[in-house]
Design a protein around this ligand. Sequence first.
Ligand code: RB5
Length: 157
Amino acid sequence: MIYLGSDHAGFDLKEKIKEFLQRENYEFEDMGAYTYDEGDDYPNYALKVCKKVLNGDKEKGILFCGTGQGMDIAANKVPGILAAVCWNEETAKNANKLNVDIITMGGRVTRPEVAEKIIKIWLNPIERDERHIRRIKKVKEIERQFFRHPLFEDDQI
Ligand code: RB5
């Protein structure tokens, strides 16, 4: 399942990507915004999507704001979540190598055709090199050093 979220600045891109996901038979759920609201704030939707991704098994998320940056920052604040902002094929390939839970994109900077390519590349199954796994483990260890919660006391993340 792919969970989608956007603020106003990512709203149009999210709507276009929903059509693409439907055409390509990806399973997805839209967590809002459901209407264009100039006053809405991206952290609200980042949190909704992150909770869904954390509650499931092999769940993914795509978050859209104006640049992808606000969503990326918000999502990476949620313990257990790895998010990466993507804007071209190279960054999508890297997001795949890093096996991130969520990618973020910017409606003001990324055209729908490019966003479609990014999604396909990110979700393309690949063998991951040991060095990428090792580095992500180190990133997660940084999180563990700063976040002590019973849920995260074992090796679950
Ligand atoms: C909202 O206007 C905009 O600041 C937000 O969508 C995002 O681009 C922040 O990074």
